[in-house]
Design a protein around this ligand. Structure first.
Ligand code: NFE
Length: 467
């Protein structure tokens, strides 16, 4: 039986540009993916353009990395600056930062299920944006399909409202200017809090009564996807969203799950390094911790096949994202698969929305949310948190009051990474291997696995080669 080599380039319904190469062959009589390569086709380069700039610009510039999680990058950069400047913002800043970050989670998780993933399972109306598409393997009947299509349409409107909610304190969305070193620019009023809560109530209702049941409906109709797309089942969360001024309690805990087993174990941040053996970067920069990491492009390169580096923890491969967070927090431990990622993601959105309602109560109206920091002539800092797609880190070094070094390690760099120096496939590559494929000409099963990770290649890579 011949091996089919299929390149999906670009994979649509994700942010940025991802190419997936899969080899498809029969194993024990079943046609399936036997090998996979994930290729980030663009160079991001933000680390280079951050050099020699005023450190205080970091939240504004890094938020342009992505149009889906700019809030995450602005928040992460603000935490990085607070650390480097040695400044402790007022507690109200923590709450405001969390509320706008929460809005980012909600809009991202609504976008992901309805607009990016649902068309893999549902044949919608025969017009754009549903067509052109692979009209194979769809098993949803007319009545259910109409209900899901109605959910899709209301998701678009709900997502707009979430942006309006985030903009109440964030200034504007998606690229909120409110995150700054030393705090947050907004001072909350009673009217703003009421407006925010009114939208939040509506969105929470949508999550509970539309998105959750519709995710469950799709999961029940495609239940073989509870055993497809497992991968290594190593899960990592940095933890995020401080619940007190000292940062000793977090809404998302920090931890690791090893091989889908047991409860969370500790994270030693020194164990995070980035491999570049199969990435288009100079080998002299291989296996460095992000605090000393370098971004030295080398293209072409004999063993290279992606612009993404390969982050590893203690040399092992880890998946990040909602399933990792929910498992580490003990909120979802059903399994590691395509459908478990979808189910964990919507449950996480509901937990975030419920928590946001409580954070609104904690706001001190008209309270200060900023202290003016002093720009040091030299120093280092880092920020570690959770973006909607998983663990996010920024690392900064300041020399002569300018940025001398900046590194950004995004969630999709973890999930869509290429092989590492030991030859281990990245999380998504490994999850694809073994995926049954009915029709090698239209391997929609591959898309279902890819989309379950909600990749964002904008966050992972950015600038195109001139040629
Ligand atoms: Ni561009 Fe992002 C998130 C970050 S990355 S969407 O969430 O950081 O994978």
């Amino acid at each position: 039986m011949p091996v089919f080599n299929v390149a999906i380039d670009p994979v649509t319904r994700l942010e940025g540009h991802l190419k997936v190469d899969v080899a498809i062959d029969k194993v024990n009589g079943e046609q399936q993916v036997v090998d996979a390569h994930c290729i980030g086709t663009l160079f991001r380069g933000f680390e280079k353009l951050m050099e020699d700039r005023d450190p205080r610009d970091a939240p504004i510039i890094t938020s342009r990395i992505c149009g889906v999680c700019p809030t995450s990058h602005a928040h992460c950069a603000s935490l990085t600056l607070d650390h480097a400047f040695g400044v402790a913002p007022p507690d109200n800043a923590r709450i405001l930062r969390n509320l706008v970050d929460g809005a980012c989670f909600l809009e991202s998780h609504i976008l992901h299920f309805f607009l990016l993933s649902l068309p893999d399972f549902l044949q919608g109306p025969h017009k754009g944006p549903w067509m052109p598409g692979w009209d194979v393997g769809k098993r949803i009947n007319k009545a259910t399909g109409e209900a899901l299509t109605a959910g899709y349409l209301s998701a678009i409107e709900t997502r707009r409202k979430v942006h309006e909610m985030g903009a109440i304190f964030g200034g504007k969305l998606p690229h909120t200017p409110a995150y700054i070193a030393g705090g947050f620019t907004a001072v909350a009023t009673s009217a703003e809090r009421s407006d925010f809560r009114a939208i939040l109530t509506e969105v929470t209702d949508f999550l509970n009564n539309v998105q959750l049941p519709q995710v469950e409906q799709v999961a029940s109709l495609y239940d073989e996807y509870f055993s497809i797309g497992r991968g290594y089942a190593n899960l990592l969360s940095y933890g995020s969203l401080d619940l007190n001024a000292a940062g000793t309690a977090k809404f998302f805990d920090r931890g690791r799950i090893v091989n889908g087993l047991g409860s969370a174990v500790a994270v030693d941040l020194g164990e995070v390094t980035e491999h570049v053996t199969h990435s288009w970067y100079e080998d002299s920069t291989n296996d460095l911790h992000p605090s000393t990491g370098a971004t030295l492009p080398q293209h072409p390169k004999a063993e290279g096949y992606s612009w993404l580096k390969s982050p590893r923890y203690g040399g092992d491969v880890y998946e990040v994202g909602p399933l990792a967070r929910m498992w580490v927090n003990g909120e979802y431990t059903n399994g590691v698969s395509v459908m478990d990622r979808h189910r964990a993601r919507v449950r996480e959105a509901i937990l975030v929305a419920e928590a946001m309602d409580g954070w609104l109560d904690e706001l001190v109206l008209q309270g200060s949310s900023y202290v003016s920091p002093t720009l040091p002539s030299s120093g280092t800092g880092f920020g570690l948190m959770e973006a909607p797609r998983g663990a996010l880190g920024h690392w900064l070094e300041i020399t002569d009051s300018r940025i001398s070094h900046y590194q950004v390690l995004t969630p999709t760099c973890w999930n869509a990474s290429p092989r590492d120096t030991a030859g281990q496939p990245g999380p998504l590559e490994q999850a694809l291997i073994g995926t049954p494929v009915a029709n090698a000409d239209e391997p929609i099963e591959v898309l279902r696995v890819v989309h379950s990770f909600d990749p964002c290649m904008d966050c992972a890579t950015h600038v195109s080669r001139p040629k």
